[in-house]
Design a protein around this ligand. Structure first.
Ligand code: PEP
Length: 250
């Protein structure tokens, strides 16, 4: 990982933890990660636990990101929440375009609008991309990532760089226990950086790897030159293993 890009380790809790459970987790994590050193750390609780997490982590170096955000500021969107609502919980960012959200119907066009709206509102955005196993086996990973990144960055401008991180998450490695090899992660993250460079300063862009990251494999994955941190699912649900991944990023 480049010294110029501050690493980020973010934990995606998916649909786990109530508010009280989140509070308990955050108190434990803050004690373990009281000084993350030169590493940015974030947790991504469900919407209902954002406020409890943000208040438990106030004064700690750990940020709180939502797992998605709607592209509109308000309106008839039952079940969705806006950037302003996320900010009002005390959270500071959002994942956008996670493959589990794309599988539930979030479209490329919505994702591009969500990125724009969230950045305009002042949120940090972790934009997710990644190919399926069949796309990889067909030798179409590069074309797939190129299309996803160009589409998601359609409304992004060079000046947005401080609010944008991209996470490369191969779908075949998410929640499967199967991790991309360090070489595969490096190759794909370099593609992401190159395509993003059409829009923003790619050398300043943080590109994360996600997909069955654990305390055992994190250091090797994050030592790749184009891997600037990790988006962690399952291994972020307990404070100890997640803190170990943060330590590996140092
Ligand atoms: C994720 O949800 O973004 C993820 C990478 O999950 P896991 O680490 O469990 O594969």
């Amino acid at each position: 990982m480049s010294a110029a890009r501050r690493p980020l380790v973010a934990g995606n809790w998916k649909m786990h933890k109530t508010g009280p459970e989140a509070r308990e987790f955050c108190v434990s994590l803050a004690a373990l990660v009281s000084d993350a050193g030169p590493v940015d750390v974030a947790v991504c609780p469900p919407y209902t636990a954002l406020e409890a997490s943000a208040s438990a982590l106030a004064g700690s170096p750990i940020a709180v990101y939502a797992q998605n955000v709607h592209e509109n500021e308000k309106g008839a969107h039952t079940g969705d929440i806006s950037s302003a609502m996320i900010l009002a919980t005390g959270a500071d960012g959002a994942l956008i375009g996670h493959s589990e959200r794309r599988a539930e119907g979030d479209t490329d066009a919505q994702i591009a609008l969500r990125v724009r709206n969230a950045i305009d509102a002042g949120l940090m955005v972790v934009l997710c991309c990644g190919e399926s196993l069949s796309t990889r086996q067909a030798g179409e990973t590069e074309a797939w990532l190129t299309r996803q990144i160009r589409s998601a960055l359609e409304h992004v401008q060079a000046g947005d760089i401080a609010h944008l991180v991209i996470a490369y998450e191969p779908i075949w490695a998410i929640g499967t226990g199967e991790t991309a090899s360090p070489e595969q992660a490096q190759e794909a993250c370099a593609i992401v950086r190159r395509v993003a460079s059409e829009t923003i300063d790619g050398e300043a862009l943080r590109v994360l790897y996600g997909g069955s990251v654990s305390a055992a494999n994190a250091a090797e994955l994050m030592s790749q030159p184009d891997v600037d941190g990790a988006l962690v699912g399952g291994a972020s649900l307990e404070p100890g293993p997640f803190a170990a991944i943060v330590a590996a990023a140092r």
